[in-house]
Design a protein around this ligand. Structure first.
Ligand SMILES: [Zn+2]
Length: 292
C-alpha cells in the first residue's frame, strides 16, 4: 500500500533527531537539515519565519511519552500485568523500568502498536493545526477512488464471486483474509476507526494496491455495515415497543367496556393476583390490614 502523509509523519515522530526535520507544504515532503545546514546562512531561516512553506515537525516536547506509557499501562486488561507496569512507571527511572517490564512480560508488540497509534493521533492533530491536507489517506467507505478502474473492477469480481474467505478481525481493527484465485493470497489490513492505515498482500503484484486488497476492503466494509445494523436493531429494545402497543389496546378496551364488565374483571384480577390484591387492600382497605 502507498504510504500516506500521515504514515510518513507518524514514522518520523519515532526518530529521535526530529528537531531538524521540516514538512515542506509546497512539495508535501519531509526534509532533514544537518547541523551544518542549520547553522548556514542560506535563507532557510527567513523562509521558516514567514511560516508559509516549512513547518518544523513536532519535537520530543510535543510527544508526551510518559503519558503514553501511563495510558498503555492502564489499558492492560490483565490485573497482574497492569499492576507490574503501573509500579514500573511510578518511581525513579520510569522509562527504563517500564521498558524492562515490557520485555519481561513479552508485551513489545502491544506496546509498539499502542505507541504508534498515539503518535499517529499526535501527527493527525498537528496536520489539522497546520492545515495540512490529509486527503491522501484511505477510508473504508470510499477507498475505491484510490484504485485504478481496472484493478477495482477485478476486485469487485473477486468479492462478488465469494473469493474472499476466512475474513477475521483478530483484534479491534486488525483484519486478515485469504483471497482464493489461481493461487491463494493472504491480505492483512489495519483500520483506525474507518481509516485504512495499513494494508498488505503477499501476491507478486508490485503496484500500490492489488485486486486482492480491494476485494478484502469490500468484504470488511460489508462486514462492518452488517455489524452496525445488528447493533442498531439490538439497541431498539423491541420489548418497550410491544409494551406501548399493549397499553394502547387496554386503554381502548376500558373506554368501551361498561361498568359491570369492569367490576367483574377487577374482582377476578384481585382474586387471582395476590400482589395486585395486596396493593389494592393497602391503598383502599387500611382497616383490614390484618388480612395482608
Ligand atoms: Zn494481491
Amino acid at each position: 500500500m502507498k504510504r500516506t502523509v500521515l504514515d510518513r509523519l507518524t514514522d518520523m515522530l519515532d526518530i529521535a533527531d526530529i528537531e531538524t526535520s521540516y514538512y515542506d507544504k509546497e512539495t508535501g515532503k519531509i526534509i532533514f537539515r544537518s547541523e551544518d545546514e542549520e547553522l548556514a546562512d542560506d535563507g532557510f531561516d527567513d523562509e521558516l519565519s514567514e511560516g508559509c512553506r516549512y513547518i518544523p515537525l513536532p519535537g520530543p516536547h510535543d510527544l508526551n511519552d510518559y503519558e503514553i506509557m501511563k495510558d498503555f499501562s492502564r489499558s492492560v486488561d490483565d490485573n497482574r500485568k497492569r499492576n507490574i507496569l503501573l509500579t514500573a512507571i511510578s518511581g525513579k527511572g520510569a522509562f527504563r523500568c517500564f521498558r524492562q517490564s515490557i520485555e519481561e512480560l513479552e508485551m513489545e508488540d502491544e506496546w509498539y502498536a499502542f505507541k504508534k497509534a498515539a503518535y499517529r493521533n499526535i501527527a493527525r492533530e498537528w496536520c489539522e493545526i497546520h492545515g495540512i491536507d490529509l486527503s491522501d489517506s484511505m477510508n473504508i467507505d470510499d477507498f475505491e477512488k484510490k484504485f485504478s478502474y481496472i484493478i477495482m473492477s477485478r476486485a469487485a469480481d473477486y468479492f462478488d464471486g465469494g473469493r474472499v474467505t476466512s475474513l477475521k478481525e483478530k483484534k479491534r481493527g486488525n483484519w486478515t483474509a485469504v483471497v482464493e484465485g489461481s493461487e491463494d493470497y493472504t491480505v492483512v489490513v489495519r483500520l483506525d476507526g474507518k481509516e485504512i492505515i495499513y494494508s498488505d498482500c503477499n501476491c507478486p503484484y508490485d503496484g500500490d494496491l492489488c485486486k486482492h486488497e480491494g476485494a478484502v476492503f469490500l468484504s470488511i466494509r460489508e462486514r462492518l455495515k452488517r455489524r452496525s445494523k445488528k447493533d442498531l436493531s439490538s439497541g431498539e429494545n423491541p420489548g418497550v415497543e410491544q409494551d406501548s402497543i399493549r397499553k394502547k389496546i387496554i386503554d381502548d378496551l376500558i373506554e368501551i367496556m361498561d361498568e359491570d364488565e369492569l367490576r367483574k374483571t377487577l374482582t377476578e384480577i384481585l382474586q387471582y393476583d395476590k400482589r395486585r390484591r395486596d396493593d389494592f387492600l393497602l391503598k383502599y382497605g387500611r382497616e383490614h390490614k390484618d388480612l395482608l
